[in-house]
Design a binder for this molecule. Structure first.
Ligand SMILES: Nc1nc2c(c(=O)[nH]1)N[C@H]1C(S)=C(S)[C@@H](COP(=O)(O)O)O[C@H]1N2
Ligand SMILES: [Mo]
Length: 371
Protein backbone atom coordinates (compact mmCIF):
# COMPACT_ATOMS: atom_id res chain seq x y z
CA UNK A 1 0.00 0.00 0.00
CA UNK A 2 1.37 3.42 -0.94
CA UNK A 3 0.11 6.49 0.85
CA UNK A 4 1.31 10.04 0.33
CA UNK A 5 0.44 12.64 2.89
CA UNK A 6 0.94 16.37 2.47
CA UNK A 7 3.81 17.54 4.65
CA UNK A 8 1.84 20.53 6.01
CA UNK A 9 -1.73 20.17 7.22
CA UNK A 10 -2.95 23.04 5.03
CA UNK A 11 -0.88 22.12 1.98
CA UNK A 12 -2.66 21.48 -1.30
CA UNK A 13 0.56 20.28 -2.95
CA UNK A 14 2.70 17.41 -1.63
CA UNK A 15 6.07 18.01 -3.29
CA UNK A 16 8.50 20.52 -1.77
CA UNK A 17 8.04 23.96 -3.30
CA UNK A 18 11.60 25.23 -3.51
CA UNK A 19 11.43 29.02 -3.93
CA UNK A 20 14.31 28.77 -6.41
CA UNK A 21 12.23 26.55 -8.68
CA UNK A 22 8.57 27.43 -8.17
CA UNK A 23 6.41 30.44 -7.29
CA UNK A 24 3.26 29.73 -5.20
CA UNK A 25 0.03 31.06 -6.71
CA UNK A 26 -3.10 30.62 -4.58
CA UNK A 27 -2.59 26.93 -3.76
CA UNK A 28 -1.00 26.29 -7.16
CA UNK A 29 2.65 26.65 -8.17
CA UNK A 30 4.26 27.98 -11.30
CA UNK A 31 7.70 27.19 -12.67
CA UNK A 32 10.32 29.91 -12.40
CA UNK A 33 11.67 30.44 -15.88
CA UNK A 34 15.22 31.07 -14.67
CA UNK A 35 15.12 27.50 -13.31
CA UNK A 36 15.04 26.29 -16.94
CA UNK A 37 18.27 28.01 -17.98
CA UNK A 38 20.67 25.38 -19.29
CA UNK A 39 18.12 22.57 -18.90
CA UNK A 40 17.35 20.03 -21.61
CA UNK A 41 14.13 19.65 -23.59
CA UNK A 42 12.03 18.42 -20.65
CA UNK A 43 11.21 20.16 -17.38
CA UNK A 44 12.59 18.29 -14.34
CA UNK A 45 9.71 17.14 -12.14
CA UNK A 46 10.90 19.20 -9.12
CA UNK A 47 10.05 22.42 -10.99
CA UNK A 48 7.04 21.28 -13.07
CA UNK A 49 4.02 23.54 -12.41
CA UNK A 50 1.06 22.25 -10.37
CA UNK A 51 -2.55 23.27 -10.93
CA UNK A 52 -5.01 21.82 -8.40
CA UNK A 53 -8.68 22.78 -8.23
CA UNK A 54 -8.68 21.47 -4.64
CA UNK A 55 -5.73 19.44 -3.33
CA UNK A 56 -3.59 16.47 -4.27
CA UNK A 57 -5.37 13.36 -2.90
CA UNK A 58 -3.63 10.40 -1.23
CA UNK A 59 -4.82 7.42 -3.31
CA UNK A 60 -4.09 3.78 -2.50
CA UNK A 61 -2.77 2.08 -5.63
CA UNK A 62 -3.89 -1.35 -4.35
CA UNK A 63 -7.57 -0.41 -4.17
CA UNK A 64 -7.47 2.08 -7.07
CA UNK A 65 -9.51 1.08 -10.14
CA UNK A 66 -10.15 2.59 -13.54
CA UNK A 67 -13.94 2.32 -14.00
CA UNK A 68 -15.39 2.60 -17.49
CA UNK A 69 -19.11 2.90 -18.04
CA UNK A 70 -21.73 4.35 -20.38
CA UNK A 71 -23.73 3.79 -23.54
CA UNK A 72 -20.59 3.80 -25.72
CA UNK A 73 -19.52 0.42 -24.35
CA UNK A 74 -21.08 -2.96 -25.24
CA UNK A 75 -23.84 -3.88 -22.75
CA UNK A 76 -23.83 -0.24 -21.50
CA UNK A 77 -22.24 -0.85 -18.08
CA UNK A 78 -23.40 1.64 -15.44
CA UNK A 79 -21.37 3.83 -13.10
CA UNK A 80 -22.21 1.38 -10.29
CA UNK A 81 -21.33 -1.71 -12.34
CA UNK A 82 -18.46 -0.53 -14.55
CA UNK A 83 -15.80 -2.38 -16.52
CA UNK A 84 -12.79 -2.29 -14.18
CA UNK A 85 -9.04 -2.35 -14.63
CA UNK A 86 -6.54 -2.27 -11.78
CA UNK A 87 -3.03 -0.82 -11.82
CA UNK A 88 -1.48 -4.19 -12.70
CA UNK A 89 -3.88 -4.59 -15.65
CA UNK A 90 -2.71 -1.27 -17.11
CA UNK A 91 0.96 -2.06 -16.49
CA UNK A 92 0.50 -5.37 -18.34
CA UNK A 93 -0.86 -3.68 -21.48
CA UNK A 94 1.52 -2.44 -24.23
CA UNK A 95 3.30 0.68 -22.98
CA UNK A 96 4.01 3.81 -24.93
CA UNK A 97 6.10 6.88 -24.22
CA UNK A 98 5.50 10.38 -25.52
CA UNK A 99 7.09 13.75 -24.85
CA UNK A 100 4.27 16.25 -24.55
CA UNK A 101 3.72 19.82 -23.46
CA UNK A 102 1.15 20.59 -20.81
CA UNK A 103 -0.05 24.17 -20.38
CA UNK A 104 -2.79 25.74 -18.31
CA UNK A 105 -5.21 27.72 -20.52
CA UNK A 106 -4.78 30.64 -18.09
CA UNK A 107 -0.98 30.76 -18.42
CA UNK A 108 0.08 34.40 -18.87
CA UNK A 109 -3.19 35.70 -17.44
CA UNK A 110 -1.49 38.40 -15.35
CA UNK A 111 -0.28 40.15 -18.53
CA UNK A 112 -3.87 40.90 -19.55
CA UNK A 113 -3.86 43.15 -16.46
CA UNK A 114 -0.26 44.39 -16.35
CA UNK A 115 0.13 45.08 -20.08
CA UNK A 116 -3.44 45.70 -21.24
CA UNK A 117 -5.41 46.94 -18.19
CA UNK A 118 -7.86 44.06 -18.56
CA UNK A 119 -8.25 42.14 -15.32
CA UNK A 120 -9.65 38.63 -15.34
CA UNK A 121 -10.55 36.31 -12.45
CA UNK A 122 -8.53 33.16 -11.92
CA UNK A 123 -5.00 32.15 -10.96
CA UNK A 124 -2.72 35.14 -11.78
CA UNK A 125 -0.14 33.08 -13.66
CA UNK A 126 2.99 34.60 -15.15
CA UNK A 127 4.43 32.46 -17.97
CA UNK A 128 5.33 29.42 -15.84
CA UNK A 129 2.11 27.37 -15.98
CA UNK A 130 3.64 25.24 -18.74
CA UNK A 131 5.96 22.28 -18.91
CA UNK A 132 7.21 19.47 -21.12
CA UNK A 133 7.60 15.95 -19.74
CA UNK A 134 8.16 12.40 -20.90
CA UNK A 135 4.98 10.49 -20.16
CA UNK A 136 4.76 6.70 -20.21
CA UNK A 137 1.59 4.69 -20.01
CA UNK A 138 -1.01 2.87 -22.04
CA UNK A 139 -3.00 4.37 -24.87
CA UNK A 140 -6.56 5.29 -23.95
CA UNK A 141 -7.62 3.59 -27.20
CA UNK A 142 -6.17 0.28 -25.97
CA UNK A 143 -8.17 0.46 -22.74
CA UNK A 144 -11.34 1.56 -24.57
CA UNK A 145 -11.10 -1.45 -26.89
CA UNK A 146 -10.54 -3.81 -23.95
CA UNK A 147 -13.65 -2.28 -22.34
CA UNK A 148 -15.81 -3.01 -25.41
CA UNK A 149 -15.98 0.33 -27.24
CA UNK A 150 -18.89 0.54 -29.68
CA UNK A 151 -18.75 2.08 -33.18
CA UNK A 152 -21.17 4.85 -32.30
CA UNK A 153 -19.43 6.30 -29.22
CA UNK A 154 -18.92 10.07 -29.61
CA UNK A 155 -17.46 11.34 -26.31
CA UNK A 156 -15.19 10.04 -23.55
CA UNK A 157 -15.17 11.83 -20.17
CA UNK A 158 -12.46 11.00 -17.60
CA UNK A 159 -13.11 12.14 -14.03
CA UNK A 160 -10.61 12.89 -11.25
CA UNK A 161 -10.70 11.27 -7.80
CA UNK A 162 -9.76 14.52 -6.04
CA UNK A 163 -12.43 16.30 -3.95
CA UNK A 164 -15.53 17.85 -5.48
CA UNK A 165 -14.92 21.38 -6.72
CA UNK A 166 -17.04 23.94 -4.88
CA UNK A 167 -17.25 27.51 -6.16
CA UNK A 168 -19.65 30.35 -5.26
CA UNK A 169 -21.44 27.93 -2.93
CA UNK A 170 -22.21 25.46 -5.73
CA UNK A 171 -20.79 21.93 -5.77
CA UNK A 172 -19.77 21.20 -9.36
CA UNK A 173 -18.66 17.65 -8.61
CA UNK A 174 -15.39 16.08 -9.62
CA UNK A 175 -13.11 17.70 -12.17
CA UNK A 176 -13.97 16.23 -15.58
CA UNK A 177 -14.12 17.30 -19.22
CA UNK A 178 -15.27 15.47 -22.35
CA UNK A 179 -12.85 14.41 -25.10
CA UNK A 180 -14.31 13.69 -28.57
CA UNK A 181 -13.84 10.05 -29.59
CA UNK A 182 -11.58 10.97 -32.54
CA UNK A 183 -9.03 12.60 -30.25
CA UNK A 184 -9.46 9.90 -27.57
CA UNK A 185 -8.51 7.21 -30.10
CA UNK A 186 -5.70 9.27 -31.63
CA UNK A 187 -2.90 10.11 -29.20
CA UNK A 188 -4.33 10.22 -25.66
CA UNK A 189 -2.34 8.38 -23.00
CA UNK A 190 -3.22 7.02 -19.57
CA UNK A 191 0.14 7.81 -17.97
CA UNK A 192 1.66 6.12 -14.92
CA UNK A 193 5.20 7.49 -15.33
CA UNK A 194 6.58 11.02 -15.70
CA UNK A 195 10.20 11.65 -16.71
CA UNK A 196 11.12 8.00 -16.14
CA UNK A 197 9.70 7.74 -12.62
CA UNK A 198 6.43 6.67 -11.04
CA UNK A 199 3.92 9.46 -11.60
CA UNK A 200 4.23 11.83 -8.60
CA UNK A 201 1.15 12.41 -6.46
CA UNK A 202 0.81 16.09 -7.48
CA UNK A 203 0.79 15.14 -11.15
CA UNK A 204 -1.90 12.48 -10.83
CA UNK A 205 -0.66 9.30 -9.11
CA UNK A 206 -1.44 6.56 -9.81
CA UNK A 207 -2.74 7.38 -13.32
CA UNK A 208 -3.51 10.56 -15.23
CA UNK A 209 -4.78 11.37 -18.69
CA UNK A 210 -2.33 13.11 -21.06
CA UNK A 211 -3.94 14.79 -24.06
CA UNK A 212 -1.06 16.01 -26.25
CA UNK A 213 -1.53 19.40 -27.98
CA UNK A 214 -4.61 20.26 -25.90
CA UNK A 215 -4.78 22.62 -22.92
CA UNK A 216 -4.10 21.29 -19.41
CA UNK A 217 -7.67 20.84 -18.18
CA UNK A 218 -8.14 17.96 -20.66
CA UNK A 219 -5.36 16.02 -18.95
CA UNK A 220 -7.34 14.81 -15.93
CA UNK A 221 -5.18 13.78 -12.97
CA UNK A 222 -5.98 10.97 -10.49
CA UNK A 223 -8.38 9.50 -13.07
CA UNK A 224 -10.95 7.01 -11.78
CA UNK A 225 -14.29 6.86 -13.64
CA UNK A 226 -14.38 7.25 -17.44
CA UNK A 227 -17.75 7.71 -19.11
CA UNK A 228 -18.05 6.63 -22.75
CA UNK A 229 -21.19 7.89 -24.45
CA UNK A 230 -23.08 7.68 -27.74
CA UNK A 231 -24.47 11.18 -27.04
CA UNK A 232 -22.40 14.35 -26.44
CA UNK A 233 -21.22 14.87 -22.84
CA UNK A 234 -20.98 18.20 -21.03
CA UNK A 235 -19.32 19.39 -17.84
CA UNK A 236 -18.84 22.78 -16.17
CA UNK A 237 -15.24 22.55 -17.46
CA UNK A 238 -16.52 22.58 -21.05
CA UNK A 239 -19.59 24.83 -20.75
CA UNK A 240 -18.68 27.38 -18.08
CA UNK A 241 -14.91 27.36 -17.67
CA UNK A 242 -12.26 27.05 -20.35
CA UNK A 243 -14.43 28.92 -22.84
CA UNK A 244 -13.73 32.27 -24.47
CA UNK A 245 -16.42 34.76 -23.46
CA UNK A 246 -16.68 38.49 -24.07
CA UNK A 247 -16.64 40.95 -26.98
CA UNK A 248 -15.87 39.25 -30.30
CA UNK A 249 -16.74 35.79 -28.96
CA UNK A 250 -20.05 33.91 -29.41
CA UNK A 251 -22.69 34.59 -26.72
CA UNK A 252 -22.32 31.04 -25.37
CA UNK A 253 -18.55 31.24 -25.67
CA UNK A 254 -16.02 29.28 -27.69
CA UNK A 255 -14.46 26.08 -26.36
CA UNK A 256 -10.77 26.42 -25.50
CA UNK A 257 -8.92 23.47 -27.00
CA UNK A 258 -5.34 24.16 -28.09
CA UNK A 259 -2.64 26.40 -26.59
CA UNK A 260 -1.67 29.57 -28.48
CA UNK A 261 1.81 30.79 -29.44
CA UNK A 262 3.93 31.96 -26.50
CA UNK A 263 7.56 32.77 -25.73
CA UNK A 264 9.50 33.12 -22.49
CA UNK A 265 13.03 34.16 -21.57
CA UNK A 266 14.88 31.83 -19.18
CA UNK A 267 15.52 34.82 -16.93
CA UNK A 268 14.22 35.96 -13.57
CA UNK A 269 11.42 38.47 -13.69
CA UNK A 270 13.22 41.84 -13.41
CA UNK A 271 16.57 40.24 -14.21
CA UNK A 272 19.89 42.02 -13.60
CA UNK A 273 22.75 41.68 -16.03
CA UNK A 274 26.21 43.30 -15.95
CA UNK A 275 26.95 46.11 -18.39
CA UNK A 276 29.78 46.07 -20.90
CA UNK A 277 29.57 42.38 -21.71
CA UNK A 278 27.77 40.35 -24.31
CA UNK A 279 24.84 38.42 -22.82
CA UNK A 280 23.52 35.17 -24.26
CA UNK A 281 19.74 35.43 -24.00
CA UNK A 282 18.00 32.07 -23.86
CA UNK A 283 14.36 31.17 -24.04
CA UNK A 284 11.69 28.85 -25.37
CA UNK A 285 8.63 29.22 -27.60
CA UNK A 286 5.71 26.90 -28.18
CA UNK A 287 2.33 26.57 -29.88
CA UNK A 288 -0.50 24.07 -29.76
CA UNK A 289 -0.79 24.06 -33.53
CA UNK A 290 2.64 22.71 -34.39
CA UNK A 291 6.36 23.43 -34.26
CA UNK A 292 7.82 26.94 -34.07
CA UNK A 293 9.27 28.20 -37.36
CA UNK A 294 10.89 31.51 -36.33
CA UNK A 295 11.54 33.56 -33.20
CA UNK A 296 12.42 37.26 -33.25
CA UNK A 297 13.92 39.19 -30.35
CA UNK A 298 13.76 42.91 -29.62
CA UNK A 299 15.70 44.73 -26.92
CA UNK A 300 14.51 48.23 -27.85
CA UNK A 301 10.88 47.63 -28.84
CA UNK A 302 11.52 48.82 -32.42
CA UNK A 303 14.09 46.62 -34.11
CA UNK A 304 13.91 42.83 -34.21
CA UNK A 305 16.61 40.23 -34.80
CA UNK A 306 16.07 36.53 -35.48
CA UNK A 307 17.00 34.20 -32.62
CA UNK A 308 19.01 31.02 -33.27
CA UNK A 309 16.78 27.97 -32.94
CA UNK A 310 18.27 24.92 -31.21
CA UNK A 311 18.27 22.16 -33.89
CA UNK A 312 17.85 19.49 -31.18
CA UNK A 313 14.28 20.72 -30.65
CA UNK A 314 13.20 20.58 -34.29
CA UNK A 315 9.66 19.21 -34.39
CA UNK A 316 9.71 18.89 -30.58
CA UNK A 317 7.18 19.90 -27.94
CA UNK A 318 8.75 23.35 -27.69
CA UNK A 319 11.66 25.22 -29.20
CA UNK A 320 14.74 26.47 -27.35
CA UNK A 321 16.46 29.52 -28.81
CA UNK A 322 19.31 31.92 -28.08
CA UNK A 323 20.24 35.46 -29.08
CA UNK A 324 23.33 37.54 -28.30
CA UNK A 325 22.83 40.98 -26.79
CA UNK A 326 25.39 43.62 -25.84
CA UNK A 327 23.48 46.23 -23.83
CA UNK A 328 24.65 49.63 -25.14
CA UNK A 329 24.46 51.25 -21.71
CA UNK A 330 23.31 50.64 -18.13
CA UNK A 331 19.67 51.23 -17.23
CA UNK A 332 16.35 49.52 -17.59
CA UNK A 333 15.63 47.59 -20.74
CA UNK A 334 12.61 45.71 -21.98
CA UNK A 335 13.16 42.41 -23.76
CA UNK A 336 10.58 41.01 -26.17
CA UNK A 337 10.37 37.63 -27.90
CA UNK A 338 7.86 36.91 -30.69
CA UNK A 339 7.46 33.46 -32.20
CA UNK A 340 5.70 32.24 -35.34
CA UNK A 341 4.58 28.63 -35.72
CA UNK A 342 4.35 26.44 -38.84
CA UNK A 343 0.76 27.55 -39.49
CA UNK A 344 1.92 31.19 -39.62
CA UNK A 345 0.28 32.04 -36.28
CA UNK A 346 2.33 34.61 -34.39
CA UNK A 347 2.17 36.80 -31.29
CA UNK A 348 0.41 40.18 -31.48
CA UNK A 349 1.45 43.21 -29.42
CA UNK A 350 -1.95 43.03 -27.74
CA UNK A 351 -3.74 39.78 -26.99
CA UNK A 352 -7.48 39.79 -27.63
CA UNK A 353 -9.10 39.99 -24.16
CA UNK A 354 -11.68 37.50 -22.98
CA UNK A 355 -13.68 37.48 -19.75
CA UNK A 356 -11.88 34.60 -18.05
CA UNK A 357 -8.38 35.53 -19.21
CA UNK A 358 -7.44 32.48 -21.27
CA UNK A 359 -4.94 32.05 -24.10
CA UNK A 360 -2.76 35.13 -23.66
CA UNK A 361 -0.66 35.17 -26.83
CA UNK A 362 0.66 38.75 -26.68
CA UNK A 363 4.35 39.63 -26.71
CA UNK A 364 5.42 39.78 -23.05
CA UNK A 365 7.54 42.76 -21.98
CA UNK A 366 10.33 41.41 -19.79
CA UNK A 367 12.21 44.06 -17.76
CA UNK A 368 15.95 43.77 -17.31
CA UNK A 369 18.23 46.08 -15.35
CA UNK A 370 21.75 46.49 -16.74
CA UNK A 371 24.23 47.71 -14.14
N1 LIG B 1 -8.44 15.66 -11.31
C1 LIG B 1 -7.91 16.83 -11.69
N2 LIG B 1 -7.29 16.90 -12.89
C2 LIG B 1 -6.74 18.05 -13.30
C3 LIG B 1 -6.85 19.23 -12.52
C4 LIG B 1 -7.48 19.14 -11.24
O1 LIG B 1 -7.56 20.11 -10.47
N3 LIG B 1 -8.01 17.91 -10.87
N4 LIG B 1 -6.34 20.41 -13.02
C5 LIG B 1 -6.23 20.50 -14.48
C6 LIG B 1 -5.58 21.69 -14.95
S1 LIG B 1 -6.52 23.10 -15.00
C7 LIG B 1 -4.29 21.65 -15.44
S2 LIG B 1 -3.60 23.01 -16.13
C8 LIG B 1 -3.48 20.42 -15.36
C9 LIG B 1 -2.21 20.67 -14.57
O2 LIG B 1 -1.40 19.52 -14.48
P1 LIG B 1 -0.16 19.48 -13.49
O3 LIG B 1 -0.63 19.91 -12.13
O4 LIG B 1 0.37 18.10 -13.54
O5 LIG B 1 0.87 20.48 -14.02
O6 LIG B 1 -4.17 19.35 -14.74
C10 LIG B 1 -5.54 19.27 -15.06
N5 LIG B 1 -6.10 18.06 -14.51
MO1 LIG C 1 -5.37 24.62 -16.23
Amino acid sequence: MTLFLPSRADATIVKPLSPRLLTPREGNAEMRWEAMAGQGHVVPTDRFFVRNHTRSPALDVDTWRLRLFGTGLRESPTRDHPVEFDYGDLRAMPAEETTALLECAGNGRRFFASQQAHTAPGVPWGLGAVGVARWRGVRLSTVLRHAGLTDDAVDVQPEGLDQDFVTDGANLGRVRRPIPIGKALDDVLLAYEMNGETLPVDHGFPVRVVVPHWIGISSIKWVGPIEVSTTPLLSPWSTRFYRMFGPGHPADGRLVTTPVVKSAFELPWDARVPSGVEVLLRGRSWSGDGPIRTVDISTDGTTWQPADLDPDDEGGAWQRWTALWRPPRPGRWTLRARATDVTGASQPDQARPNTLGYLFDGVVRHSVTVD
